[in-house]
Design a protein around this ligand. Structure first.
Ligand SMILES: [Zn+2]
Length: 190
């Protein structure tokens, strides 16, 4: 049996999860595409990225920010330690990934596309580095305040279009400059 309290907590946690993806996306120079953000049916954040951004560490940070934002919010879940990254690395390499870990799979897939043929230790090292950088970002008060504002708006409205997301996040200093228009889309799902 699921109580109303648990259910609404799940919903708020989903809002923080998706807000984490979205704010980190802006932080690395990506943006929300026309799919917007939705937390009730699919827990979905539609993201676009600059065509020349082949930096898989950006993808890694955007992917991990969902779980880490949830963890920072309620202290549960999240990528608590590197051992879970290792488990997921094996899942990706074995091709037996499970849906619950879609974000981590997406991160490792981006790394493998960027650096084909590397030994597993290479991807694991990059993954751990992404995890550390993501945590540092989320502890930045400006970043966390933006995530909290966005999560609150998502909890109230259930979904947000890209213009609303941008307005709520506000001006966000980017970690690195990206210039050209996007050529691809990534969907970061819970
Ligand atoms: Zn996610």
């Amino acid at each position: 049996m699921v109580s109303i309290t648990e259910k609404s907590m799940d919903r708020v946690a989903a809002a923080y999860h998706e807000a984490g993806h979205a704010v980190m996306a802006y932080r690395v120079g990506w943006w929300i595409n026309d799919d917007g953000i939705e937390i009730d049916r699919h827990q979905h954040t539609g993201l676009s990225f600059p065509g020349e951004d082949t930096n898989s560490r950006h993808a890694g940070m955007v992917c991990l920010a969902g779980w880490e934002a949830e963890h920072q919010f309620h202290g549960k879940g999240g990528m608590r330690n590197a051992a879970s990254l290792l488990d997921d690395l094996h899942r990706v390499i074995d091709g037996t990934g499970c849906d619950d870990w879609g974000d981590v799979e997406a991160m490792f897939q981006a790394m493998m596309t960027d650096n084909p043929g590397q030994p597993p230790a290479h991807y694991l090292r990059d993954g751990i580095e992404c995890l550390h950088k993501t945590r540092i970002e989320l502890r930045n008060p400006v970043v966390w305040a933006a995530i909290s504002r966005l999560a609150q708006a998502l909890t109230e409205r259930g979904s947000l279009d890209p213009e609303s997301v941008e307005r709520i996040i506000g001006p966000m200093t980017q970690l690195s400059a990206n210039k050209k228009l996007h050529s691809g889309i990534i969907d970061a799902k819970q």
